[in-house]
Design a protein around this ligand. Structure first.
Ligand SMILES: *Cc1c(COP(=O)(O)O)cnc(C)c1O
Length: 230
């Protein structure tokens, strides 16, 4: 099968899953964006998915992201940074991306705001450590409220919502719990500060249906879109 056919089939399959999940949740599929989590995928693979309609690329590693970005044909693509953030990388992240999903401390947020020179503000999400795992990044639940207050004040950032990366769970009911918790946390923060964050970056290959049931507006799919990582 040629690259384009492969991409077409897999893109259609994931899009159909999102559509069905949206129907089951009584939501509009248009409210759920598909982010292709493209870590360790070749430029050719990413390009073939863009050619069949993918519009959002997620990257975990800055060098890889820049290489892919430079190699693909100019395209109407939104770039999402979804990996751990080292503070010496914030200037490049602020320059190269439209969205950052993984803000988890004030120092990083301040640097991103200061270093954003584009006309448009940088869209950011706070990554919440919903399972208290620490190794994956994310702010502890107990610190979310304060961090939201601080980040929402930063001039060059638009704080849009939360991202979570829960541990793997079996079954939709189990999977829904951390997503429901995240949605409730977002509502509490909106109320407390009188703001209107609307983005929930939740759900990957194994749990996107559960995430959509709990209000996800961005699913980050790697394996089930591009195939196993190389
Ligand atoms: C790799 C990755 C994904 C995609 O995971 P899959 O299980 O391959 O769909 C989503 N989000 C983040 C932050 C990732 O690093």
């Amino acid at each position: 099968m040629c690259d384009k056919e492969y991409a077409q089939q897999r893109f259609a399959a994931v899009t159909a899953r999102i559509q069905k999940a949206a129907e089951n949740a009584n939501r509009s599929p248009a409210d759920i964006r598909l982010i292709g989590a493209a870590k360790q995928q070749s430029v050719a693979s990413v390009q073939s998915f863009l050619d069949v309609g993918l519009r959002h690329i997620g990257q975990n590693y800055l060098q890889e992201a820049i290489a892919v970005k430079q190699a693909i044909r100019p395209n109407d693509v939104d770039w999402h940074y979804i990996g751990l953030i080292q503070s010496n990388k914030t200037a490049s992240i602020a320059a190269e991306f439209d969205w950052v999903h993984s803000v988890d401390r004030l120092k990083i947020a301040r640097r991103l705001s200061k270093q954003r020179t584009h006309e448009a503000n940088l869209n950011v999400l706070i990554q919440v450590d919903i399972d208290n795992e620490t190794t994956k990044g994310g702010v502890p639940i107990s610190d979310v409220l304060d961090l939201v207050g601080q980040v929402s004040e930063l001039k060059r950032l638009n704080l849009r919502g939360f991202m979570v990366l829960p541990r793997a769970r079996q079954g939709t009911e189990e999977q829904r719990q951390p997503f429901a918790q995240t949605r409730e946390l977002l509502q509490r923060c909106n109320q407390k500060y009188g703001i209107e964050m609307e983005t929930l970056s939740m759900g990957m290959s194994g749990d996107l249906e559960a995430a959509v049931l709990e209000g996800s507006t961005m699913v980050r799919v790697g394996t089930d879109l591009f195939g196993a990582r190389g």
